[in-house]
Design a protein around this ligand. Structure first.
Ligand SMILES: O=C(O)CCC(=O)C(=O)O
Length: 202
């Protein structure tokens, strides 16, 4: 872990893809402290999906934190907003500065080991608007983050995300691309991902 900011941001290329990867957006000492604080202080919960009449545990722990009144439902799972903690506010402000956008909510994901992941999806719920800016911060173990084009699944981009890395997705990325964090058989430790978003108030 170098903790040194990279000289240049990375911009993976693809039709309609607008992604910026900022390595070490959070330096390694701050990222270490954030990881410990978030592990302890976020109200992590296990959610379940109903599939073919059975309840299936979502393979990660989650917590939805947002401004008052901003609840969030995806895949039939309803999240009432939890309160912003001091460290989430500091990270939100840092991500906002990089993204040049403000955020009023964050989905916190805890991947306990390689059996946890998130399958192909887009953050395209209507409450985020048609061209959302999403800032996705990685803390802890390195994991792969894949992007694929909705209209051509073979068009795929694989990124390795490390402690302190920030991915910013904008424009038509959610409409034209999907993303996932695949499960892995490699031994990996815990990873926390914070996906900052803006819910449009109706
Ligand atoms: O963990 C990640 O890097 C991605 C999380 C994600 O896709 C999501 O919260 O929608």
């Amino acid at each position: 872990m170098t903790g040194q900011p990279a000289l240049f941001d990375e911009h993976p290329k693809g039709p309609g893809l607008d992604v910026t990867l900022i390595r070490n957006a959070v330096d390694s000492d701050a990222a270490d402290a954030a990881l410990v604080a978030l592990r302890e202080r976020v109200a992590w919960r296990q959610d379940y999906l109903r599939m073919f009449g059975e309840l299936i545990a979502v393979p990660r722990l989650e917590s939805w934190v947002a401004d008052e009144g901003l609840d969030y439902t995806y895949s039939g799972i309803h999240h009432d907003p939890g309160p912003w903690t001091e460290e989430l506010i500091a990270l939100r402000d840092l991500v906002s500065e990089h993204a040049g956008a403000t955020f009023n909510s964050v989905l916190c994901n805890l991947y306990r080991d390689g059996n946890d992941g998130v399958d192909w999806h887009a953050d395209d719920e209507s409450e985020f608007g048609p061209m959302p800016v999403i800032g996705s911060l990685s803390l802890g173990a390195s994991r792969r983050f894949d992007l694929r084009r909705v209209e051509a699944h073979a068009e795929k981009i694989e990124l390795d995300l490390h402690h302190g890395d920030l991915v910013i997705m904008r424009g038509t990325t959610q409409a034209l691309w999907q993303h996932r964090v695949p499960k892995t058989k490699k031994p990996v430790g815990e990873r926390i991902n914070l996906t900052f978003r803006t819910v449009k108030k109706s």
